[in-house]
Design a protein around this ligand. Sequence first.
Ligand SMILES: Nc1ncnc2c1ncn2[C@@H]1O[C@H](COP(=O)(O)OP(=O)(O)OP(=O)(O)O)[C@@H](O)[C@H]1O
Ligand SMILES: [Mg+2]
Length: 248
Amino acid sequence: MNQSPPTKLFTLASGKGGVGKTSLTLNLATQLAKQGQKVLVIDGDTGLANADVQLNLKPERDLAHYLSGQFALRHVLTPTPQGFTLIAGRAGHNQLANLPLPKLHQLLKDLRDLAQSYTITLIDAAAGVSPTTLAMCAEANHTLLVTTPDPSSLTDAYALIKLLWHNNATANSQLIVNQANAREAAQVHTRLTTAATTFLGLPPLPLLGNIPQCKHFSQAVRQHHLASTAFPNSPAITALQTLAKKLA
Ligand SMILES: Nc1ncnc2c1ncn2[C@@H]1O[C@H](COP(=O)(O)OP(=O)(O)OP(=O)(O)O)[C@@H](O)[C@H]1O
Ligand SMILES: [Mg+2]
């Protein structure tokens, strides 16, 4: 009997903000869609959602509509020109910014059900170690921990690993080092893995890959384009293509 493989649910998380989670989520989703995957992305930055802004989209419905109880999650989807489907958030929405845990768990349950209709689902989580972000990591079957080589980003990545460990949610975590070359990424990987194995007794955290620093990223964001669309041949997008293949 043909059994469909279990859906892949990835949460992109970081301790420190501004390390590139949203850019990586959207560009990865674009590459995955190009490679034939059916991709769902949810803006999990419930307080400061901005995936729709980076995509230059004006969603008709978003998570606030879902939260109001008027619409099911499958009725707040926004198709994107990049070929994936977005569940947009809404920045500065009081209820979303202060999502009570029972509502969050209901949202994650509905997301898991909806994800069955997709081959890959990506959650773009809020930076930090809030209960919302930790729950999103625990819900996913893979956490993609994003850091840069910046020392404060590394310290915060370790803090996140530690809290995931406290919450029994470190299984299947992998590291993405953004704005780094391969050598820098290997150094970051060694430092984090050494700390996590020595102090927490964790197995080594696999390094999924590195994305080089790329001036086109911020240029694309300012022009309301995605780097994948505006600069498809840049080294960072090539690295993301490789990463997407590994995820799929
Ligand atoms: N590889 C890269 N090279 C150069 N700039 C990058 C790269 N990745 C991301 N950036 C830039 O870093 C900035 C922050 O990116 P982004 O908004 O994706 O981070 P974030 O982790 O989602 O932030 P937040 O924690 O606030 O949600 C943006 O200006 C983006 O263009
Ligand atoms: Mg973001």
